[in-house]
Write a protein that binds this ligand. Structure first.
Ligand SMILES: Nc1ncnc2c1ncn2[C@@H]1O[C@H](COP(=O)(O)OP(=O)(O)O)[C@@H](O)[C@H]1O
Ligand SMILES: CC(=O)N[C@@H](CCC(=O)OP(=O)(O)O)C(=O)O
Length: 262
């Protein structure tokens, strides 16, 4: 039988706060025959390092303006520190993991985004080398991917981790992508109170972006979700990493976070 596979995006907003139980859940899922693929972010850690180095940083619609100097730091932090930290935590909690960036084996091929004149070396994914990801899974390891892209000339690109995860989910043809972040889902103010929406449609999302109810870092998440929920990918679930048992619930029974459906 084909193993149940899913792509999970872990946001930098929540990485440091992920409890050991989160990694233990990954071990349990792996042992039960489920095959996760992880794509991670690390935005706050990149900003912190840029700040320490005295390099200014700015976001346009949730995407970081990236020049050569920023690109060096992005690669150092994502493919170095954060990627290895996740692999380490997984291994110490008994899950088997191999970390790599989109540059390794030209895993994530990319081209400049449409507004590159304004935001520099930010990439959009042109293709994902699924053979590498599937090879790692077939060896019994969970691939842990840092979202750096590369083109045929060797130019690197900074790719938003939500965008990269959506592209990996589409290319692998998984049925579900789980986005782990620092909020329990898409929030909306109803009668003066913030509630987590259990389910949203593409039309709801467009309206919430237009009204400003979805802003900043949530924008690339919902855009990536809308782009990947065609074909094989049936749903994208946005959840908080700090809720105990969240991963198993998202993979099995559901009823957690916000679900974006086809
Ligand atoms: N409607 C919304 N519901 C929930 N969070 C939202 C919404 N609109 C914007 N956000 C913001 O999006 C953030 C998550 O995005 P981000 O900080 O980039 O996290 P990550 O590092 O996990 O990608 C939330 O902490 C919140 O500030
Ligand atoms: C182009 C762009 O904005 N890239 C992101 C890559 C990391 C990321 O996406 O991290 P989170 O998932 O934690 O937000 C950045 O430079 O911050």
């Amino acid at each position: 039988m084909e193993k149940q596979r899913f792509v999970m995006k872990c946001g930098g907003s929540t990485l440091a706060a992920l409890p050991d139980s989160f990694f233990a859940e990954l071990r349990e899922l792996q042992a039960s025959g489920v095959a996760p693929v992880i794509v991670h972010g690390g935005g706050p850690a990149i900003s912190e390092t840029l700040d320490k180095l005295g390099i200014e940083t700015e976001f346009v619609q949730g995407l970081r303006k990236t020049n050569d100097q920023v690109l060096d730091v992005v690669e150092m932090v994502l493919a170095g520190r954060i990627n290895k930290e996740i692999v380490r935590k997984m291994e110490t909690n008994g899950a088997k993991a191999i970390g790599l960036s989109g540059v390794d084996g030209m895993l994530i091929q990319a081209k400049p985004v449409a507004n590159h004149q304004e935001i520099g070396f930010v990439g959009e994914v042109t293709s994902v080398n699924a053979t590498i990801v599937e090879g790692i899974m077939s060896m019994g390891y969970i691939p842990v991917i840092a979202p750096i892209g590369i083109d045929q000339t060797g130019q690197r690109y900074n790719i938003n981790a939500d965008t990269a995860a959506g592209a990996v989910a589409s290319q692998l043809g998984v049925s579900r992508m789980i986005v782990v972040t620092d909020v329990p889902g898409i929030l909306k103010t109803v009668d003066g109170e913030k509630v987590t929406l259990p389910e949203v449609t593409v039309a709801d999302i467009e309206a919430m972006i237009a009204s400003g109810e979805i802003y900043g870092g949530m924008i690339p998440k919902v855009r990536a979700a809308m782009q990947c929920i065609h074909g094989d990918v049936q749903e994208v679930v946005i959840v908080s990493g700090s809720i105990e048992g969240v991963l198993t619930q998202a993979v099995t029974t559901g009823g957690v976070g916000t679900v974006i459906k086809q």
